[in-house]
Design a protein around this ligand. Structure first.
Ligand code: AHG
Ligand code: MN
Ligand code: MN
Length: 348
């Protein structure tokens, strides 16, 4: 096994970084890794078994669920239930958080927020999809964990990560001490360290946004897009436009190559589309740990105080110089309400 470091070995090695850790967080990360391998197996054979297409149901946000959304949701809840290390799972696919009431789990220290399958509109056409997860320590000391234990600021995360089911499958995670990426070696069924200490380039040339929504964007975003498309050799503009439609895949590419991913408010989604707890906070934690930034246009994503489980926000995330420029234009042309409001509605 010389030269190969598996995710399991790496997690155990890093456990010593946390004086309070007794192994629960390591086991929790291991449980998530195992569930993602089961989801990966189904994603890989999606055209061969009856798992493509709509489930015929909608989630609380009114979005149609795919069969694989439902399958992935079940796999992660099941792994986290039997693992015994978390007392609540909050998932994008359930109306309310799932409290795990078994004798072992009810006193467990951790809360997990999860987007079991990100980019599900891409499943049927064989394009990369992902899983995003976020882990918090429970705040309450006794009794049953409650919604207040889930509604923590992003700065309180103890770990976050994503899995990308792409041309290869990767798991990327942080525990607040940098970001490391592991590629699944299908021949041994293990995630192996392939991208140690990942860093997002300070500047980049890729912008990722659903430009079809252009007419509905805040003025600050329209100004940023014009800036991105103007010729300027010194700043390597015009930039390149790349948009997959799976947040995980778009941000993963920009993390490696340098770029900005934006999902702003639109007139159809006045609070933004992406979910703070399941998508924006974990990706913001990872990108900040890799040296990047994540903002809702004016405020740091990780400083937003959540008031609702399925809360949405606008997001600008990636290379710090690019996010800064977007923030400057947002501040000038589309001021945002200050932190502490119920949401982050734009004044356009
Ligand atoms: P999900 O599949 O978990 O609902 O997430 C989809 C998200 C995100 O992954 C993606 O970047 C974005 O929605 C795409 O939205 P548009 O189709 O509106 O561009
Ligand atoms: Mn998603
Ligand atoms: Mn999803």
């Amino acid at each position: 096994m010389s030269g190969i470091k598996t995710l399991g070995q790496f997690i155990i090695e890093k456990q010593a970084d946390f004086s309070y850790a007794k192994g629960e967080l390591s086991r929790l990360l291991r449980d998530i890794g195992i569930a993602s391998k089961i989801v990966n197996r189904e994603v890989n054979k999606a055209g061969l078994v009856d798992i493509l297409g709509d489930a015929g149901t909608t989630n609380i946000q009114g979005e149609g669920q795919k069969k694989l959304d439902v399958y992935a949701n079940e796999q992660f809840i099941s792994a986290l239930t039997s693992g015994g290390e978390c007392c609540i799972v909050a998932t994008e696919e359930e109306d309310d958080f799932v409290r795990i009431d078994s004798p072992v789990s009810q006193n467990a220290k951790y809360i997990v927020c999860i987007d079991p399958l990100d980019g599900s509109s891409n499943i049927d056409v064989n394009v990369a999809v992902g899983t995003i997860f976020s882990i918090y320590r429970r705040k309450s000391i006794e009794g049953k964990a409650t919604l207040a234990d889930v509604l923590q600021k992003g700065t309180e995360q103890v770990a976050a990560g994503y899995v990308i089911y792409g041309s290869s499958t990767m798991l990327v995670y942080t525990t607040g001490k940098g970001v490391n990426g592991f590629t699944l070696d299908p021949s041994i069924g293990e995630f192996c360290l392939s991208h140690p200490d990942m860093k997002v380039p300070e500047d980049g040339t890729i912008y990722s946004i659903n430009e079809g929504n252009y007419v509905h964007f805040p003025e600050g975003v329209k100004k940023y897009l014009k800036y991105a498309q103007v010729e300027d050799l010194a700043t390597k503009r015009p930039y390149t436009s790349r948009y997959i439609g799976s947040m995980v895949a778009d941000i993963h590419r920009n993390l490696i190559k340098g770029g900005i991913y934006m999902y702003p408010t639109t007139s159809a989604s006045p609070n933004g589309k992406l979910r703070l707890l399941y998508e924006c906070n974990p990706m913001a934690f990872i990108i900040e740990q890799a040296g990047g930034t994540a903002s809702d246009g004016l405020n740091r994503i990780l400083d937003i105080v959540p008031t609702e489980l399925h809360q949405r926000t606008s997001i600008f995330i990636g290379s710090p110089k690019m996010v800064k420029m977007a923030e400057i234009l947002m501040e000038e042309y589309s001021p945002v309400k200050p932190l502490g409001d119920i949401d982050t509605v734009q004044v356009v």
